[in-house]
Design a protein around this ligand. Structure first.
Ligand SMILES: [Zn+2]
Length: 325
């Protein structure tokens, strides 16, 4: 079984109105592929394209949510989940769980917006994409030294209260450390690799990997070749397992999962052409000598535990932050 922390399939589906999740339509991820790959839960990102930011970001995000809901209504065998209990129930009845996620906080104009997104089912939010927004700076703005804005601090507090995972995959390093400092719940990176093996700006340093582990979070190891190797043409499933192994050593055995980036990247590591090939990653972990238990943790159990911890019973009392000034 697999739980995958990130895909951009909604972006592909929204771009091609004829495309449908239930039938193969030329992408990396569809329903038959999820079944074949053994995926039991998949995070679906709402990725607002730069041309909609900032003024039309909320409108565009709602188009994504509509696309997501229509897919859920039209497809048999997959359903929106809002808590970890529903994922366990779906596993028992052979239904794939779909988790709604935001990649970039531009649509969250205020905390009311955040609470509405939570009601719509959003359970993971990447605070930024690569650029600066009203919450924090993305990795492309690393030179600024910017931490979270005061709104960003309140947003993380309200996400902690509601039970929405804080995703640091695209945030600048100072922003990352600020999130680690203030988040009362586990911090996750849904799709990032190890910087000491491949110096991509979106990959995480050893110190960052360890901090995610200490927070009780998970890093989702990702498949674009330029995140895997400085010689992308050489990036294959074994090099991907190098990242899994390194992240396990730094973050701990409970803090590493998978986060493919299917449909968000043109190229994938050699040997993987889409979600149906996930068993090859599990086989490569076994060949490397991982125990069955460790393979299961990386494949799905770690994500499920962190979802339970990040979404479960509110850790902060009260009705939420209502100060709009
Ligand atoms: Zn991304």
């Amino acid at each position: 079984m697999i739980i995958d922390g990130h895909c951009d399939t909604l972006w592909r589906l929204l771009a091609n109105k004829q495309a449908d999740l239930s039938t193969p339509s030329g992408g990396h991820l569809d329903l038959p592929g999820l079944v074949k790959g053994g995926v039991v839960a998949q995070l679906f990102a709402v990725y607002v394209e730069p041309e909609y930011k900032p003024d039309r970001a909320l409108h565009r995000a709602l188009q994504y949510v509509d696309c997501f809901y229509r897919q859920m209504e039209n497809c048999q065998g997959i359903s929106l989940v809002r808590n970890a209990h529903e994922i366990r129930e779906n596993i028992d009845r052979g239904v794939i769980s779909a988790v709604l996620a935001l990649e970039g906080g531009e649509p969250i104009l205020d905390l009311e917006c955040l609470r509405v997104f939570h009601r719509l089912g959003v359970r993971s939010i990447g605070l930024t994409w690569n650029q600066r927004n009203h919450i924090a700076d993305g990795v492309a703005e690393s030179g600024t030294g910017g931490r979270l804005s005061s709104f960003g601090v309140r947003l993380v507090g309200e996400m902690n209260r509601l039970g929405i995972m804080v995703d640091v995959s695209h945030i600048s390093e100072p922003g990352f450390w600020h999130v680690i400092e203030i988040s009362k719940r586990p911090v996750v990176a849904t799709h990032s690799n190890c910087k000491s093996l491949c110096a991509h700006k979106r990959n995480l340093s050893d110190e960052q990997l360890a901090a995610i582990g200490r927070s009780g979070g998970v890093v989702g190891i990702t498949m674009p070749p330029d995140f895997v190797s400085s010689e992308p043409e050489a990036a294959d499933v074994d090099r991907l397992v190098d990242h899994i192994e390194h992240a396990l050593a730094l973050a701990g055995e409970s803090a590493v999962g998978l986060g493919s980036d299917f449909d968000g990247t043109e190229r994938l590591v050699k040997g993987i052409s889409g979600v149906a090939d996930y068993p090859r990653v599990l086989e490569a972990m076994k060949r490397r000598g991982f125990s069955d238990e460790l393979v299961e943790k990386v494949a799905w159990k770690n994500w499920l535990s962190v979802m339970e911890a990040a979404w479960g019973e509110a850790v902060i009392e009260g009705a939420g932050d209502t100060n709009n000034t």
